[in-house]
Every structure is written in C-alpha cells, then in structure tokens.
Design a protein around this ligand. Structure first.
Ligand code: ARG
Length: 469
C-alpha cells in the first residue's frame, strides 16, 4: 500500500522501493506511531472531522494493531515504505473506509517528528534511570574504601595523592552532568509538533494544546516549517549519549590500567573478564575494552546525523530519514554499556596497599612540602625550588621520600629550620598532605566523606525525579 500514487502513472521500481524503504528499522517506532495516531483521531473528533463512533472505531483498531505487533510474524512479508504506512494499511484492513480520514491535514513529516519525540522521551527516562543506578554503584565503591589513598595523575605521571572516593566522585560528577544533559534532551524533545502539516500548518482547526495534553507534552512547537526541518532534538540526545560514552570510555581505560599487573590496584570479577585461547594465565578486561570500543560507534552516530543535517535546504528532505539508525544505534550501545559498567563496577575489589605504595614511592608529596614551606612564610616560588632540589637530590641518590627524616631534612638546607623540618618530615606520608585540602571540591578527608553523603542524598532526589516521569 502507498499513502500517495494519484499523480503517478507507474509504481516505484523494485530497486527504488528497496532502497528507500525504512520499515526494517523504523518499526521500532510502532508504539509511538499508534499512540500519536490515537491522539490525532481524538483531535479530529474535537474538530468534528470524525464522529464519536468513527473515532472509537479507529482507536480500538489501533489498540488491536499494537497488540498484534507484539506477536511473532507481524512484520513478515510487509513491504510498506515505512512504519507509518504499515500502520495505516493495518488500520484500513481492520476499520475499512473510515481509515481514509485519519490523514486529514496530517503529514508524515510531522508524524515522524512526533513519533521520534515520543520514543526519545521514553528512552531519556530509561537512560537517566540507568545513570542513577551506575552513579549509585560508584558511590558504593567509594564508601567501601573511604580512606584508601591513590596517586592522582597528570600527563600519566604521578602528581598528588588523593582519596580513592575522591577519584570516583570525579566520575560521579561527569555522569551527573550526563544525567542533566539527558534531562535537557528530554525537554527539547518534549514539544508537540502535530498540526504543522507538511510544512505550512494544518488547514484544519485542530486544538494543538489539547493534543499536547493528551500525549503529555509540555508545550507545542512554535513554527510549522521548523517542525519539518528540525532534528536538533535528536542531535541533543546524541550529544548526551556521546558524552556519556566518552566518560564511560575514560573510566574503562583507567580500570584497564589499574587492573593490570603493572598497577595491580584493582581486581575485576571473573564474570566480567575472559581468558585467552592460547595463554593460560590471561585474565583480560574485555568488558571494559568493549565499552571503550563502543564509544566510537556512538560518537559516530552523533557525527553521522550532524553531517546528514548540514546544508539541507528548508524544510523536510528525505535525507532526514537517515536520523533513525544513528538514534537506535546510539541508544542500544549506550544502554548496553551502562548495564555492563554497572556490572563491572559491582565486581571491583581494591587492593589499597598497591596504590599507597605507588604514592609513597613517587614524589606525590612534593606539592605538600612546597605548600607547607609557603605557609611557613617562604615565598612559594622559592619553596617550589627548594623542594625541587630535594627531589633532584633524592632521584640522583635513588632515595624514596620515606628515607628522609627531620634530621636529614634539616641538614639538607639552612632554610629547613628544626620546626620546618619537623613539619616536612610528617608530610612525607602521602596520607598527611591531603588533610590540608579541606577546601570545597578538594580531597580533604572530612570534605570527601561529607560529599559522599551529600551525593548519595542527591541521587535519591534524582531517582524520584526519574520515576515521576
Ligand atoms: N519515512 C520518512 C522519514 O523517516 C517519513 C516520511 C516522510 N516522507 C516523505 N517523503 N515526505 O523521514
């Protein structure tokens, strides 16, 4: 069946039909299409285009179509152009002539916008709930080792000591922003486009706000041409999906390193790792590598739609049908990765001694020493230089920070008075310096404990917000 044809003398060629059809993938929009069409039937009744009986007949037939679509074989042999066409063909089969009225003043251009918006709204809610679960797992992992100390890195070189939960809370903040981004993407999608017609606005007196209320939209779109031309809401979603994947990928990279024999900080569960077909000793972090790898596909999906939309003239162009596969692809990969990341994080066991040893061996305390000197009245630049010399001397002599004490420090330079040398000696323990970092946002132990608590409370609110949708 076609939703057009009067103007044509022959039908489409078989190759063109196969080339241009989208049913294979846009069938995922069937529920949204049915829901939107039922609301449109009610709108046509309010505009006195359908009688109450006709509307009831159509709405019931749509209910039956939705039910039937759950059964195997529903899509078999269907060669309709797209899901909208298939749904109307089924409606005709069920409801007969009255089905011819359902497209009164309605275009597939607005319908595809509506369906995608409805679908994305649900997906945003689902992903936000998964993000909350994952953030909660990160907090669990922080609370399990509240006092563990790890070296923080810049340039992949040991930089300063931080608390393990402080490190995890950094990722928490990234995923919290992703959660907000999906909130924004949801709001961008949450505008009701029906009544826009093909591009110029419907020629029938439809109550657009009533349709919006019927479908639980926040408001209606403001410009009919914009509706046909716009895929920003899909791009907003894909951007949120891409940043989330980017964050997951960076975390995966960290944990691949941290679980290696070289670091030996964390152990991943047997259930999320795999062996080698040749090397019997191997325990490979494939789950994390796949998360890192799939990130490329999601960013690819975002790029793909950006490039599709670039330079399209106003308003609808068939190119825009290419929006759906990237959306589905990004959604499937992201959902899979979030589920996998939750599972992996649940198996992580920290071996706190290993990162502590790494912190003790590296000069991660150097900044603590320089800052202590500055607090004691030595201008920071000079303090920096003095500690730099101490590090140089130690590196040359193959000496770890722990091999210094108050007496040897005092002997190192006259600037290290007995009082200062005492202070510095204490700071050679990487657990000490962080106590001076009780500044909001810092790794001070009191502050980190409080942050774990407040982020936990925030999560409870986010969970409520998600479940209220
Ligand atoms: N299947 C099309 C899409 O996904 C919607 C139909 C509009 N087609 C058209 N030729 N106006 O974008």
């Amino acid at each position: 069946m076609k939703l057009w044809g009067g103007r044509f003398e022959t039908g489409p060629s078989e190759i063109f039909e196969r080339f241009s059809g989208s049913l294979d993938f846009d069938k995922r929009l069937l529920d949204a299409d049915v829901r939107g069409s039922q609301a449109f039937a009610r709108a046509l009744e309010r505009a006195q285009i359908l009688t109450a009986e006709e509307r009831a007949q159509i709405v019931t037939a749509f209910d039956e179509i939705r039910e039937a679509s759950r059964l195997p074989g529903f899509f078999e042999g269907a060669n309709d152009e797209d899901v909208h066409t298939l749904v109307i063909r089924k409606l005709k089969e069920k409801a007969g002539a009255v089905a011819d009225k359902i497209h009164t003043g309605r275009s597939r251009n607005e319908q595809v916008s509506l369906d995608t918006r409805l679908w994305l709204r649900g997906v945003c809610d689902y992903i936000r709930a998964l993000l909350v679960d994952f953030m909660s797992t990160l907090l669990d992992l922080g609370e399990k080792y509240p006092d563990a100390v790890v070296p923080g890195y810049t340039h992949m070189r040991r930089a300063q000591a931080v608390l393990w939960p402080h490190y995890l809370l950094a990722y928490f903040e990234m995923f919290l922003r992703d959660h907000q981004r999906f909130g924004y993407a949801r709001r961008a999608a949450n505008l009701m486009p029906l009544g826009s017609g093909a591009l110029a606005g419907s020629g029938f007196n439809l109550d657009r706000m009533a349709i919006a209320r019927d479908l639980d939209f926040e408001d209606i779109t403001a410009n009919s041409m914009d509706v046909s031309a716009d895929r920003d809401f899909a791009l907003d979603f894909l951007y949120a999906a891409s940043t989330t994947m980017l964050h997951l990928s960076r975390l995966a990279e960290d944990w691949i390193l941290y679980s290696s024999d070289e670091f030996h900080w964390i152990e991943l569960g047997d259930g999320v790792t795999s062996g080698s077909s040749l090397m019997p000793q191997k325990k490979n972090p494939d789950s994390l590598e796949l998360i890192r790898g799939k990130c490329g596909r999601v960013i690819g999906a975002f790029n793909s739609l950006m490039i599709t939309m670039k330079g399209l003239p106003m308003t609808y162009n068939r190119d825009m049908q290419e929006d759906k596969e990237p959306l589905f692809e990004a959604t499937d990969q992201l959902v899979g990765c979030l589920e996998m990341a939750c599972e992996v994080a649940g198996t992580v066991v920290l071996n706190p001694q290993a990162p502590l040893n790494d912190a003790e061996e590296g000069w991660v305390v150097a900044t603590d020493l320089a800052e202590a000197l500055a607090r004691g009245g030595i201008p920071f630049h000079q303090a920096h230089k003095l500690v730099g010399k101490l590090v140089l001397e130690s590196v040359k002599a193959g000496k770890d920070p722990q091999e210094w004490d108050a007496a040897s420090l005092q002997a190192f330079t006259p600037e290290f008075t007995p009082g200062i040398a005492q202070t510095l000696a204490k700071l050679l323990d990487p657990r000490e310096g962080m106590k001076s970092r009780e500044i909001p946002g810092g790794t001070g132990p009191v502050h980190v404990r409080a942050t774990l608590k407040s982020r936990r409370a925030l999560l409870a609110t986010a969970r409520l917000e998600v479940s209220a949708k």
